[in-house]
Ligand binder design. Structure first.
Ligand SMILES: [Zn+2]
Length: 388
């Protein structure tokens, strides 16, 4: 009975009986505009694409429960977004953003997923490690679908440590659907056609993700995608696109006016990519500041975990003394190894986990860590309160 209580949700999910839960996260909102263009603001583009994507999912995959972190123009903190996804015990987290860079020639799409060590926290890392491959898979599928649909300048995938991807306990990707700082990208992003097309690309990528992960062939697909030449490297593509566009623009008019929202500030001649004579290269791109959203995840976020017991040695995951409880991480403090179960930035979730695991380990209790350093739960809760 005990085993049943703990493992039932996992078993159901494994057999496809529990509906899949996907979280769609339109970045920014409310007073947080995200990156601002001449035609539109990032928060509005993110929301519109998210709404279109949710519609497609509801129509074609009604069996999947879709949760959004916001469905209107309101501010939602990064912590609250992660909390919502973690509480729903979601199976996927997709954050939608628009990029921006000082170099106005930069354009196209890129997708970020949390790399190993993204949280610099052994506890959270242990719990998160099993989602890394699926996150990479989703990032690759997104880039593949942008490319297949003819989106320009695929900038590829990057393993990094963005807050939302590092603090959710599920496969997660933050995708940048274009550059607001690039004139051509912005016109496309601001248009209804562009938004619909992007939503369709995201949807197609999610459907491929669904098929591959449900069919359990994802490791093979991941390998193929990693070695695929299906997408051109970002820099080569950028060079080519700029060349093509410059040639084309000479005898082409601006896209249809009715698709554009009101132009708040007329484009300045100095911002016109044609006037620039330099192209981004791998070298100078590396020196540029990271795009707006690529700020790294803060390490000042405490993580709550459940300490099951401490021991003089580390144990293997199949050790009988763990009573089948997984995932656990061993953290060395002085001469002893603390056996920690799970890891979450959400105290409520830790309390729920504690309740479950106490049936097997009655002496288990909640501990808090800041990076590698154990701190009191009171101190941790105070930090969480201040971070809001
Ligand atoms: Zn953003």
């Amino acid at each position: 009975m005990l085993l049943f209580l703990v493992w039932l949700p996992c078993q159901l999910a494994a057999h496809g009986l529990r509906p899949l839960v996907w979280v769609i996260d339109p970045g920014h909102g409310g007073h947080d505009h995200g990156t601002e263009g001449r035609l539109c603001m990032e928060k509005d583009v993110n929301l519109r694409i998210s709404q279109l994507l949710v519609k497609l999912l509801a129509k074609h995959k009604p069996g999947i429960r879709v949760i959004v972190t916001r469905d209107k123009d309101e501010f939602v903190s990064l912590e609250a977004r992660c909390r919502k996804a973690n509480r729903a015990n979601a199976d996927l987290f997709l954050s939608i953003h628009v990029n921006s860079a000082p170099n106005k020639l930069l354009m196209g799409t890129e997708s970020f997923y949390a790399r190993r060590g993204a949280t610099s926290n052994a506890v959270l890392e242990g719990a998160r490690s099993r989602y890394i491959e699926k996150s990479e898979l989703l990032a690759l599928l997104l880039q593949k679908n942008y490319y297949d649909a003819g989106r320009q300048a695929d900038r590829g995938i990057k393993a990094t440590k963005l807050f939302v991807t590092a603090n959710v306990m599920m496969p997660s990707v933050l995708t940048e659907v274009g550059f607001m700082s690039n004139r051509e990208d912005e016109i496309y992003l601001a248009s209804e056609t562009g938004q619909q097309e992007i939503a369709r690309m995201l949807f197609n990528a999610l459907m491929e993700y669904y098929t591959t992960t449900q069919g359990k062939t994802y490791k093979k697909t991941l390998k193929t995608l990693r070695h695929s030449n299906g997408t051109r490297s970002g820099v080569d593509a950028l060079r080519l696109e700029v060349k093509e566009r410059t040639a084309k623009r000479k005898d082409k008019e601006q896209p249809a006016k009715k698709e554009e929202p009101v132009v708040q500030n007329p484009p300045k001649a100095s911002d016109n990519p044609e006037k620039k004579d330099t192209l981004a290269t791998a070298d100078n791109r590396a020196q540029q500041p990271l795009p707006a959203d690529a700020q790294e995840s803060s390490t000042a976020i405490p993580v709550f975990s459940i300490q099951l017991f401490s021991n003089s040695t580390e144990m293997k995951p199949d050790d009988k003394r763990l009573k089948g409880v997984s995932p656990v991480t061993f953290v060395k403090v002085g001469d002893t190894f603390k056996c920690l179960y799970q890891g979450t930035t959400d105290y409520q979730q830790a309390k729920e986990q504690l309740k479950k695991v106490r049936e097997k380990f009655p002496d288990a209790f909640i501990v808090a860590y800041l990076g590698e350093k154990p701190i009191s739960t009171a101190e941790a809760l105070e930090l969480v309160r201040r971070a809001r």
